[in-house]
Design a protein around this ligand. Structure first.
Ligand code: NDP
Length: 321
């Protein structure tokens, strides 16, 4: 969800390399703060009469990235004491089967969150998810209703990956208000929602993509550059001004090693701060999903998105109309 209390801020030890020092924005500390927050919000939910939050992950393929993401979700939820149920759509399932499954899950009061693992196989339509996933159970903020609310600045469940990026900036006290942020990538799961979140925090935001002409003229003026291109080690020294902050969302496997969309080694000593890959934005994503699952349970208890906020206010229980 959007707009929750920020975790305690911190400074990590900077790494010196070449001409300057670069602060590493590690996800581990943010992850610890999030675990604490999720446990407290779950206890608060139960004291308000809510259920133990349960996330259902729906898989329709054996895509390796989706399999790895589910594994990480299961481990994360287990550690914070939330329930998880895997549901696998059999081979040969149709759009009608997916629609029926979503309907059942959305009608089931014991299910607080539903995540359909992407990518879907070609014979299943994303439109079915858009249309039949109840926005109040859409814990990764992918439905048009949540995306629209995010862009309108209304309470919503926002995608976990970009929310994690904002939490990292807050944790390490990187100013967002008034900063010029350039987001490279315009996907619905990372680039666009991140741009909306940054705008909501009063940054001046530019979105670049593969058709942007003279992209460096934008990135070189940025205070914060967020990169989500899916191109390994793509962002390099020539893209950024010395001292700028780099948020790297990339997860690419090159020669059996996980690398980001930024050239981490080349940017050390040039960027003012950077999220390492692995160990930066990655460890935060599944925890934000867990936090959204708890917040979604509050929304369901109160019957409106306005009730999301009571997840993190220990004195307020949602009042159903
Ligand atoms: P998509 O492929 O959906 O989008 C990539 C975006 O980058 C597109 O908007 C594309 O432009 C743009 N782009 C690609 N190449 C260039 C280039 N050379 N110059 C400028 N823009 C470019 O990817 P995702 O958003 O799903 O993922 C991006 C990265 O984030 C990946 O590395 C992925 O693994 C990672 N990821 C990480 C997550 C996490 O939890 N940390 C979660 C999800 C993704 P155009 O629109 O014009 O094609």
């Amino acid at each position: 969800m959007v707009s929750v209390a920020h975790s305690a801020s911190a400074r990590s030890a900077p790494v010196a390399s070449g001409d300057g020092e670069t602060q590493l924005l590690r996800g581990g500390e943010v992850a610890s703060a999030l675990r604490k927050e999720i446990r407290a919000a779950t206890a608060h939910l139960i004291s308000c009469g809510g259920p133990l939050p349960k996330l259902v992950t729906v898989s329709a393929s054996d895509n390796p990235a989706a399999v790895a993401y589910r594994r990480s979700i299961v481990k994360t939820l287990d550690r914070v004491g939330l329930a998880h149920e895997p549901v696998d759509l059999p081979n040969g399932s149709t759009d009608a089967d997916l629609q029926e499954l979503l309907k059942q899950l959305c009608d089931d009061a014991s299910v607080t969150g539903v995540l359909v693992l992407m990518p879907l196989p070609p014979h299943l339509s994303r439109e079915v998810v858009n249309e039949f996933l109840n926005p109040m159970k859409d814990v990764d903020g992918i439905t048009p209703a949540n995306a629209g609310r995010l862009h309108l600045g209304l309470p919503c469940l926002a995608p976990s990956t970009p929310q994690g990026g904002i939490l990292l900036l807050d944790h390490y006290r990187i100013p967002i208000e008034g900063a010029h942020a350039v987001v490279v990538g315009r996907s619905n799961v990372v680039g666009r929602p991140l741009a909306a979140l940054l705008l909501g925090r009063d940054a001046t935001v530019t979105i670049c993509h593969s058709r942007t002409v003279d992209l460096e003229s934008y990135t070189r003026r940025a205070d914060i550059i967020a990169v989500a291109t899916g191109a390994p080690r793509w962002l390099n020294r020539s893209h950024i001004r010395p001292g700028a902050t780099v948020l790297d969302f990339g997860i690419n496997v090159v020669n059996e090693k996980v690398v980001g969309d930024a050239d981490y080694a080349a940017l050390l000593g040039h960027a003012g701060a950077i999220t390492p890959v692995p160990g930066g934005t990655g460890p935060v994503t599944a925890l934000v999903l867990a936090r959204n699952t708890v917040a979604a349970a509050f929304a369901q208890l109160g019957g409106t998105m306005e009730s999301l906020a009571s997840a993190f206010d220990e004195f307020v229980c949602p009042q159903a109309n």
